[in-house]
Design a protein around this ligand. Sequence first.
Ligand SMILES: C[S@@+](CC[C@H](N)C(=O)[O-])C[C@H]1O[C@@H](n2cnc3c(N)ncnc32)[C@H](O)[C@@H]1O
Length: 238
Amino acid sequence: MTKPTDSPSHRLFAAIYDPVTKPAERTLLREHREYLTEDLHGAVLDIGAGTGAMFPYFERAQTRDSELVVHAVEPDPHMRRRAVQKAKDVGLDVEIRSDGAQSLSYDDDSFDVVVGSLVFCTIPDVDAALGEIARVLKPGGELRFLEHVHADGWVGSVQNAVNPVWRRGAAECHLNRDTRATFESEDRFEMREIDELAIGVPPVKPFICGTLVARTRSQNRWLGVLDDVPEILGSVVR
Ligand SMILES: C[S@@+](CC[C@H](N)C(=O)[O-])C[C@H]1O[C@@H](n2cnc3c(N)ncnc32)[C@H](O)[C@@H]1O
């Protein structure tokens, strides 16, 4: 059985990813990928870039704004090799590193926008990844996301049942991550926008798309203090 790892390596998954996703890319996903690159500016990081599905969109954004700087991280060498080729094919100027999202080799406050597409289903340590994304984003910087998430009702039950097999076949992608709840309860970010999308086919459904905004570190410190208030009051009353 494949174990979750900080160094993923899935040769077969990488080989079939583009052919399998091509129909969805041409139809369902296009307008949402366009949303992720609307008015892009400054320095942008694509986390878990895969085979470079976002690269044609970044290339168009770079054509609109020649000062746009694009970086990408992709820890799986088989996906990364394809991403390097995709960048050449579409003419995107991008630096691609091998970092996992849970330990990014960038300085604090490096990026204006981080883009995550179909990646929070796979990242092994989501909390650590969000911490790193908050660190490398400038205060007020955006995390734009497009994710498939856990469904309610019978679709959710099917997702739970088939997830162990799905994960093995789909390079550790979880069908049943409650990424919406994770994002909505995140202290390090504020939710600016979130839409549930009626796209996808069970069990890969529904999708969410939106934008989180990084809080300043002083806002985070204050929120940390507020978290402790009930405990402090409790000890005073006792
Ligand atoms: C389903 S693919 C999505 C690829 C691409 N973002 C897209 O929209 O098509 C998920 C990607 O996440 C990558 N991944 C796995 N673990 C990761 C980690 N710890 N940090 C960042 N990416 C990771 C996988 O190698 C894979 O390329």
